[in-house]
Design a protein around this ligand. Sequence first.
Ligand SMILES: [Zn+2]
Length: 292
Amino acid sequence: MAIALAVDIGGTKHEVGLVDHAGHVLVREREATNGDLPWPGLSALIDRVLAIGRGEGIIPTCCGAGCGGPMERGGTTVTPLNIPGWRRFPLQRRLAEHTQLPTTIENDAKALALGEGWLGAAAGEQDYLAMVVSTGVGGGVVLDGRLLHGASGNAGHVGHIVVVPDGRRCSCGSRGCLEAEASGTSIAAITGAPAAAAPAAMVERVGTLVGRAVALVAIVLDLPLAVIAGSVALGFGAPFFTAAQCEIDRLARIEFARGATIRPAGLGADGPLIGAAAVALRPTTSPQMTAR
Ligand SMILES: [Zn+2]
């Protein structure tokens, strides 16, 4: 039975688990990180999970990891905006050497898209956008049943669609990107308080801007569905989703895009680990995940 060592690498925490071919999370451990030089902590966390697994007779056969972008295709090197200590870090080679497992790396939002299509809110769908609205904003697109990669492997980076012309300065160098206007970090900078304490007007504004980005992508790619994960979006809940849907309905008017729907992601806190597992297990799971 295929078991994946699933690794979710973030700017503020790492999570590592063992996930079986049906998507059951059998072991999970997480640890906070400051994002400077995460490898020592990450490799120790992996060792801990492998040791727990050995004790229970759970031995992984492959390793899948989700990591913030940008990255070279396949994670040969990664340069996550949220991990300043990693610039062109050779993540695929380091993980493969450390675990001695066949290792596959993917952008964390693209990994989440695979997970949501496998067992979450997009299960069975062939065409959808998956987004994470959290400290940052990321995304992945499945079109005709295939996860899109693009020329450099970074397809789906919806966080850097401009939603406010000449808006706030973004870490990418542009202005008014979705990430610069609607991420948890940006909301905190605008309001002076954590995103969880954002006033109703800000919740509505963030929902509207996310809906704007979803509408643009839905029109360009003929997508009927967007599933949204992330602590900011899920924390805001219904008022956020209502505002986003209103903006989609207002902007996506061409016939084929009418009715494009936004809904919360289905995997909740398991999303990142199941997504990372899906990166490694996709050849053996649902047909829509076989395409690379
Ligand atoms: Zn940007």
